[in-house]
Design a protein around this ligand. Structure first.
Ligand code: FAD
Length: 464
């Protein structure tokens, strides 16, 4: 039975990460009344743990740097990276709307995202299209988004968790039950509901069911990624897509738990196992590289780089944190580095020599890495101890190109939307289809589409 709701919110958004904030700001912009609900007292989410990087095509920031890009080119890159196995409707929506979304963030919301020219076109992006807030990370992004929410006067409930959705036999949602930290429950009616409550990487049962191959890998995502939105919408008949897709990451420093920025391998760094050998092409697959790392002997590998590479990526907050913690091992000779990281010096020397020879002969090395003008590490050396981990999931609720949640038969549920970690992304069915910075691209783009569409629907819906 549908309970009585004391008040009805036109656009109710669950989750205070990038997707939820962008959805709330977008709906509010159209004049809709919005309530944003977040379970934590201090919003963080996976967005807060991220580097705040967003993959978007055709932006004004790209044009300002002379980078030619287009929605069609982005679409082709997504389809190529996912071997044609992603949902083309969603790929098209991301390709078409990510650029305008980032432009809107910059111009209408005064969010200072620029093209990160340090993030070169690798791992599947055919041109420079990763945008970030230079010198700032994910928590800065969350804090700034919440400042904009406050500036706009959008209502927000912190420390309130979605635990139940109340829908009639047609699937129309009339409202939700929220639970406070002390266990108190309250009913909130809504005309439209946006699930922006993240993925399920922290839900071990769901990981075991959908991606058993990484059940023993460390979860380095946010503990709030429990898949609540996915489970609740499933009860309403929502379809799921690509539940086996996720971003693994091969370079989580141990013990610091800080990500080594992708720029380190991209600029010339290599991964070396405890036997002193390289084992993978470090610039091929940002997410899939976790598997070769997990397959190595011992419980860790090393990222070996040099002072030049360190200088090139020092603008990134994670690298600044690692340096401040004195995490990188430093050595003037390979023999000293080998001793410090406890790998055989002869193997380490041969490993780097092979890469240097391939680079100087302008050919791919035995692992398929084409070095071009990038240089393998030279003295003075640096090394960071790393492990493989799972960062965030990429499967979830099946949505259409406007972020409406779909049933198994492809028809939309009447007033339910989803985006970001809660929804199916465009990374294909497994771990190898992830383009860099796609997590936040889907969060902000589908957040914006969901906010706009939900607001339109709410305006059209008569008051109860
Ligand atoms: C270490 C790390 C680095 C990353 N770096 C990048 C990057 O640079 N670029 C990129 O594109 N992607 C990156 N990602 C992925 C990216 O962070 C996510 O894809 C993105 O943040 C998802 O946004 P979201 O808003 O959907 O989810 P989240 O940011 O996780 O927000 C969901 C929110 O919902 C709340 N919530 C959950 N359940 C409930 C409930 N029942 N009721 C109320 N609230 C609830 C959570 O507390 C959370 O605050 C990274 C991920 C990690 C872990």
């Amino acid at each position: 039975m549908i309970p009585d709701f004391e008040y009805v919110i036109p656009v109710l958004v669950i989750g205070g990460g990038a997707c939820g904030c962008i959805a709330a700001l977008s709906a509010h912009e159209t004049g809709a009344q919005v309530l944003l609900v977040e379970q934590d007292e201090r919003p963080m989410g996976s967005t807060g743990m991220s580097q705040g990087l967003i993959c978007a095509a055709g932006t004004k920031a790209q044009a300002a740097k002379g980078i030619e890009d287009s929605a069609d080119r982005y679409f082709e890159d997504i389809m190529a990276k996912t071997k044609g196995l992603t949902d083309p409707v969603l790929a098209r929506a991301i390709a078409d709307h990510s650029g305008p979304t980032v432009d809107w963030m910059v111009e209408s919301q005064d969010l200072p995202w620029q093209l990160d020219t340090g993030f070169r076109p690798v791992y599947g992006n055919s041109t420079f299209r990763v945008h970030g807030w230079r010198g700032h990370g994910g928590q800065d992004m969350v804090d700034l988004l919440h400042a904009r929410i406050a500036d706009a006067g959008i209502d927000i409930l912190l420390g309130a968790k979605l635990v139940e959705v109340h829908a009639d036999e047609t699937g129309l949602i009339h409202g939700v039950t929220l639970e406070r930290r002390d266990g108190a429950r309250e009913l909130v009616g809504c005309k439209t509901l946006i699930l922006a409550c993240g993925g399920f990487a922290a839900n071990r049962a769901m990981v075991a069911q959908h991606m058993p191959e990484v059940i023993h890998a460390r979860n380095n995502g946010h503990e709030g990624s429990q898949g609540t939105g996915i489970v609740i919408a499933r009860q309403l008949g929502a379809a799921l897509g690509d539940m086996g897709a996720y971003q693994g990451y091969a370079m989580l420093t141990d013990p610091q738990g800080i990500s080594v920025p992708p720029g380190v391998p991209v600029e010339g760094g290599v991964l070396v196992n405890v036997d002193g050998n390289r084992f993978t092409n470090e610039v091929e697959d940002i997410a899939g590289m976790v598997h070769p790392v997990l397959a190595q002997p011992g419980d860790h590998v090393w990222v070996v780089y040099d002072a030049r590479i360190e200088a090139a990526v020092e603008y990134i907050p994670e690298m600044q944190q690692l340096i401040a913690l004195n995490a990188p091992r430093k050595a003037d000779t390979l023999a000293d580095l080998a001793r410090q990281i406890n790998v055989p010096a002869a193997a380490l020397t041969a490993t780097l020599a092979e890469a240097r020879t391939a680079q100087s002969e302008d050919r791919a090395d035995r692992l398929g890495r084409a070095w071009g003008t990038d240089l393998p590490p030279i003295a003075p050396y640096r090394a960071l101890k790393v492990i493989g981990a799972i960062y965030h999931t990429q499967g979830g609720l099946q949505i259409d190109g406007t972020a409406r949640v779909l049933r198994e038969d492809g028809t939309p549920l009447p007033n339910l939307f989803a985006g970001g970690g809660a929804a199916r992304s465009v990374s294909g069915p497994a771990h190898w289809g992830y383009l860099p910075a796609m997590g936040l691209a889907t969060a902000v783009t589908f957040g914006r589409l969901a906010g706009l569409k939900a607001a339109t629907l709410a305006h059209e819906t008569a008051d109860p």
